[in-house]
Design a protein. Structure first.
Length: 105
């Protein structure tokens, strides 16, 4: 059976941060705002660029009343949300390590 306990990261000044394993539902649903809440500012900026691009694509598709573009926008939005959920915890681990946190064993 797999270990489902979260990973704990320690920083001498900032204390302990917890990162769960597996799919990240907050990243799936909240995207860049989730990254901002986790204080991963570089990740927040990167995800915001993708959020804006998808927002623009879906808005343009709606303005053009193009079913094909709207469908593409929906597929891209769902794929992007899935990728965020699948890799979200990994991205937070990388962000914590870049900010000087160390994994506690």
């Amino acid at each position: 059976m797999a270990d489902s306990s979260p990973d704990l990261y320690f920083h001498p000044r900032h204390g302990i941060a917890q990162v769960k394993k597996g799919f990240c539902l907050p990243a799936f649903f909240f995207g860049s705002f989730w990254a901002l809440a986790r204080r991963a500012y570089a990740l927040f900026l990167l995800l915001s660029v993708f959020d804006f691009a998808l927002w623009f694509l879906t808005g343009y598709a709606a303005a053009q009343e193009s079913l094909g573009l709207m469908s593409l926008g929906l597929v891209c939005t769902l794929a992007y949300a899935y990728i965020r959920g699948k890799h979200g915890n990994e991205w937070i681990r990388n962000s914590l390590e870049a900010r000087g946190y160390a994994l506690r064993s």
